[in-house]
Ligand binder design. Structure first.
Ligand code: VG1
Ligand code: CO
Length: 543
């Protein structure tokens, strides 16, 4: 088959953010837009001729179009084989596993994750490398540089591949395998967790509600929770992936997963509730009448992971992103394990996991995962919780209370100010950056600043440096506020303000989060001038 050379010119702004390139669908629909980006990936990706590429996505609108484009480009760019999930479906953690299991040189994951989907909503492309993890910054920087000088893309002239039928076809001498998106992943989960123990508690009447949010996790959750673990059918809600996620944000938090929250707070609530996001890498954990913050979930899972067969030998270390609460650090200290603090975004955990320095990682944004893949993994977290609860025979609420009584409690919330004008958001960050050196010693209500800085990370494995990863204001006594701008939005800027108040184990560990954070909320505005800069007096989303 002949390779067609399509002359092209660069598009502005094809810079991958926290997690790949995310833009409106309309932007991706411009002729050559996706092709330019994918070609740039292929031009810089480390790969041998004839290597394997994994392609999959979260099932959102425009997925199938870009999958066909990617296949035609891959065939013209020397790949030997493409593995694509049936129906174009592969959750982010499943794609990571498939890359690793089949020795692929990398993969394209088509998703804008928790962002809404549909013709007027968001789309995204992320490139993962051979370890199964998101491309590190050196690679994404090279991709971006390439998009700025690109002058052609290569594609074979071939008909669309049938994505709905399992099996092999060939296009332009390259094999395309349409694979079952669930099977390999379900097998991996069964190898890590004590499925018989979970099945026994389910048979004993343990109940659960799982909200797949009409996103990619539905087929995985139905297979694992209902078929393999024996939860009754109907346990998985919104289990069919829809191109527009039913018009909702597939973001598993208390705002967008409100229905699940209400189920879990009702008098007849199930024992356990969970949800996951658009591409299946995030998780929300709610016990009956007890919401677990993602930062606490990381800490509680780390403290109990040895109860699951896959982690029976213990952990090598615990890593968290900088804005994630320090709850996990206390577990690491108690277990005598190294603790790592990385910038926001899963790509920063890859080296620690590859080097065997950390086993469990997490982010405050509802991402938790381990060295079983190189992505955060929503269902993995749900299954680890189920395994721990089954072995310990206790409720989520009882486990949380026991944890806080031992380690103390990090009250935590994130306030998001969405779609602010970029200039205003940048002005806020610039002014605050300038003010940082003068903050130590200043008092804001009852809080006194102990230290303030702009977080700069030096990767302990390869020595690479990532500066400007968020502004930290640390108070005496262990409370903290972090300010940073989102790198996943597609409209204006989103300011994230992360608030954390620590209470030791003999302190107030049974209070409501808003009252415990009220002084920090006031301090955040006084320190950063949020209302002045943005014109907003309250956040759009509190999680
Ligand atoms: C957000 C979260 C971050 C997460 C990223 C990708 O990034 O804060 O923790 O890794 O989304 O998650 P930002 O730059 O908007 O704060 V996913 O599930 O959207 O791929
Ligand atoms: Co996601």
């Amino acid at each position: 088959m002949t390779i067609m050379i399509h002359p092209s010119t660069p598009f502005e702004g094809q810079k991958p953010g926290t997690s790949g390139l995310r833009k409106k669908v309309r932007v991706f629909q411009q002729p050559g837009y996706a092709e330019n980006f994918i070609q740039a990936v292929f031009d810089v990706a480390e790969r041998q001729p004839g290597s394997t590429l994994v392609v999959g996505g979260d099932g959102r609108f425009h997925n199938r179009t870009v999958i066909q484009q990617a296949i035609r480009l891959a065939a013209a760019n020397g790949y030997g084989r493409v593995l694509v999930g049936q129906g174009g479906i592969l959750s982010t953690p499943a794609a990571s596993h498939v890359i690793r299991k089949y020795g692929a040189s990398g993969g394209l994951i088509l998703s804008a994750s928790h962002n809404p989907g549909g013709p007027d909503e968001d789309f995204g492309i992320k490139y993962n490398i051979a370890n199964g993890g998101p491309a590190p910054e050196a690679v994404t920087d090279a991709i971006y540089a390439r998009t700025r000088e690109i002058d052609r893309w290569l594609a074979v002239d071939a008909a669309d591949v049938d994505l709905d039928t399992l099996g092999s076809t060939s296009i332009g001498g390259m094999v395309v395998d349409v694979i079952d998106p669930v099977a390999d992943y379900a097998e991996l989960m069964e190898s890590l967790f004590d499925f018989p123990a979970i099945r026994r508690v389910v048979e004993g009447g343990f109940t659960m509600a799982f909200d797949a949010m009409s996103a990619v996790t539905g087929p995985y959750a139905v297979e694992i929770l209902e078929r393999r673990l024996g939860f009754p059918s109907g346990t998985v809600r919104n289990g069919i992936p829809l191109e527009d996620f039913g018009g909702h944000h597939p973001d598993p938090n208390l705002v967008h997963a409100r229905a699940l929250y209400e189920t879990m707070m009702a008098p007849d609530a199930p024992d356990f509730g969970a949800a996951s996001d658009g591409d299946g890498d995030r998780n929300l954990i709610i016990g009956r009448h007890r919401f677990i913050t993602p930062s606490d979930s990381l800490a509680m899972l780390a403290a109990n992971a040895h109860l699951a067969p896959g982690y029976a030998a213990g952990l090598k270390g615990i890593a968290r992103s900088m804005p994630t609460s320090a709850a996990a650090d206390r577990v690491a200290a108690a277990l005598g394990l190294p603790a790592f603090e990385t910038p926001t975004g899963w790509k920063f955990f890859g080296n620690l996991l590859d080097a065997g320095m950390a086993t469990i990682c997490g982010e405050e944004s509802a991402g938790t995962g381990s060295d079983h893949v190189r992505e955060k993994d929503g269902l993995w977290a749900v299954l680890l919780w189920l395994n721990v609860l089954a072995v310990r025979g206790m409720s989520v609420d009882a486990l949380a209370r026991e944890h806080w009584a031992r380690f103390g409690r990090n009250y935590y919330a994130r306030h998001d100010y969405e779609a602010i004008e970029s200039e205003r958001a940048n002005a806020l960050i610039a002014a605050l950056t300038q003010a940082l050196p003068g903050l130590p010693g200043q008092a804001f209500g009852p809080l006194t600043v102990a230290a303030a800085d702009s977080f700069c990370y030096t990767d302990p494995v390869d020595g690479s440096i990532s500066a400007n990863q968020g502004l930290r204001v640390l108070f005496e006594g262990g409370s903290r506020i972090v300010f940073r701008l989102s790198g996943t939005g597609t409209e204006g800027a989103t300011l994230r303000v992360y608030l954390e108040a620590y209470e030791p184990s003999d302190g107030d560990i049974d209070r409501e989060t808003p009252e415990m954070l009220a002084d920090l909320v006031a301090a955040a505005d006084a320190i950063a001038g949020i209302a002045n800069h943005t014109g907003r007096t309250r956040p759009d989303v509190v999680t």
